[in-house]
Design a binder for this molecule. Structure first.
Ligand code: MLT
Length: 407
């Protein structure tokens, strides 16, 4: 008799964004005449930058000719893309990262979900609350938690991100091995200063722990005092892995391209207490379970780093930042307490009522989809998240409708 992985039975209902999509579909089926504006999931709405599209087309044409056709590529990504990433995203900022420390993949969601496979099932895991659900759910699936009690999984060290700490969690007061951090933060839109991040790096070094740093929203940073990468912090190479994505800066949510940075010094220990480098383990996993991102997609991603691509992606991000600014101004005018909306596409709003009730209210009365904060964890209860990823016109109309609904 085949037994299932019972850890899956511990998971809460469906994945947050699938649950929201189902509720919105039900609403639309009941009210086919109502137009819904989606400020829920952080999915981009604007076309890929022209530089990416041109590179994409050229690469597709290469695939149409035997002389330039390419079959399987290197699992880790083509050298042209890894080199461009290392130079532009890291070396240009003084972060010492080389091309062979970059692993190109089809998404930061997959990478942040899969990375935990490298570590022992008894690793003590610290996870922020509220949090992007993938970090938590994948640790539940792997069996690193007990059951779900009072809104939390037993065995996880939760790092509360609240108004009191400006949504930057304090260091845990118990030992941990694996630490998830995300800045600019999803879902709160909060940012971390260089000094605060240095405190985490020092803590990880002290604990022989590892930080999994999700920087998928780094392109939204406009305050140049803020770190774009954890590798700008001295000492991080031994204790950090970073995740990046082309989804939010260049609109690749449907095109799929991302990357993970694993420095050669990055370390974990075996049961005999010997140091083990993480880089070859991730390489082994990547080569075994992944066959690379398609050649045309990697050429399109490479074009992000051309002078035109840089200007166009900046313009794209500025467009969404203008939306974020508009949402933040409207929310402020309505008298809500909020964080985010600057250096981030997300606005995290204290609704002072149950998150799902607020979600229903905005959907019913305004036809606007938000993300209920409670879906991101216990500390998210009472909040909602609005995303700046939509057309400016829709964002303006959504905020007018919310104003009308709450009047
Ligand atoms: C979000 O809305 O939190 C993200 O867009 C989801 C994702 O990137 O997977």
């Amino acid at each position: 008799m085949l037994k299932i992985n019972e850890n899956y039975l511990k998971l809460q209902a469906s994945y947050l964004f699938s649950d929201i999509a189902r509720r919105v579909a039900d609403f639309q089926a009941k009210h086919p005449d109502r137009e819904v504006i989606k400020l829920g999931i952080g999915d981009v709405t604007r076309a890929l930058p022209p530089a990416c599209i041109e590179a994409f087309h050229r690469a597709v044409d290469e695939m149409a000719d035997d002389a330039t056709f390419r079959g399987y590529g290197p699992e880790q990504g083509y050298g042209f893309l890894r080199q461009a990433i290392a130079e532009h995203d890291f070396q240009a900022r003084g972060a010492e990262i080389s091309a062979d420390e970059i692993f190109v993949s089809d998404g930061a969601k997959c990478d942040t979900g899969n990375i935990q496979e490298l570590f022992s099932t008894d690793a003590r895991v610290a996870i922020p609350d509220p949090v992007y659900p993938v970090y938590l759910d994948t640790n539940v699936m792997a069996g690193r938690t007990g059951g779900f009690r009072d809104g939390r999984y037993q065995g996880i060290v939760y790092l509360d991100s609240t108004r009191e700490n400006d949504y930057v969690p304090a260091l845990p007061d118990e030992p941990v091995d694996l630490i998830y951090l995300c800045f600019p933060n999803n879902p709160t839109g909060s940012t971390i200063s260089r000094d605060q991040l240095a405190t985490w790096v020092d803590f990880a070094r002290d604990q022989k722990a590892l930080i999994l740093f999700d920087a998928a929203y780094e392109a939204f940073i406009r305050d140049e005092t803020l770190p774009h990468s954890i590798f700008e912090i001295p000492g991080a190479r031994e204790v950090a892995i970073e995740f990046r994505s082309f989804s939010k800066n260049a609109g690749f949510t449907g095109t799929r391209c991302a990357y993970t940075v694993v420095p050669k010094e990055c370390t974990a220990w075996d049961s005999a207490g010997n140091r083990q480098a993480v880089h070859p383990l991730w390489n082994r996993r990547h080569c075994t379970k992944f066959n690379g991102v398609s050649y045309p997609v990697q050429r399109a991603a490479e074009a992000v780093y051309s002078p035109e691509g840089q200007a166009q992606t900046r313009e794209l991000v500025d467009y969404y930042l203008r939306n974020a600014d508009h949402i933040a101004a409207a929310v402020k005018e309505l008298g809500f307490t909020f964080v985010g909306g600057a250096n981030s596409p997300y606005i995290w709003i204290w609704g002072d009522r149950d998150s799902w009730d607020f979600f229903d209210l905005l959907l019913d009365r305004a036809g606007v989809v938000c993300t209920p904060g409670a879906g991101f964890g216990k500390c998210g209860q009472g909040y909602i998240r609005l995303s700046a990823f939509n057309s400016h016109d829709n964002v303006v109309r959504a905020m007018e409708r919310i104003r009308g609904a709450l009047a």
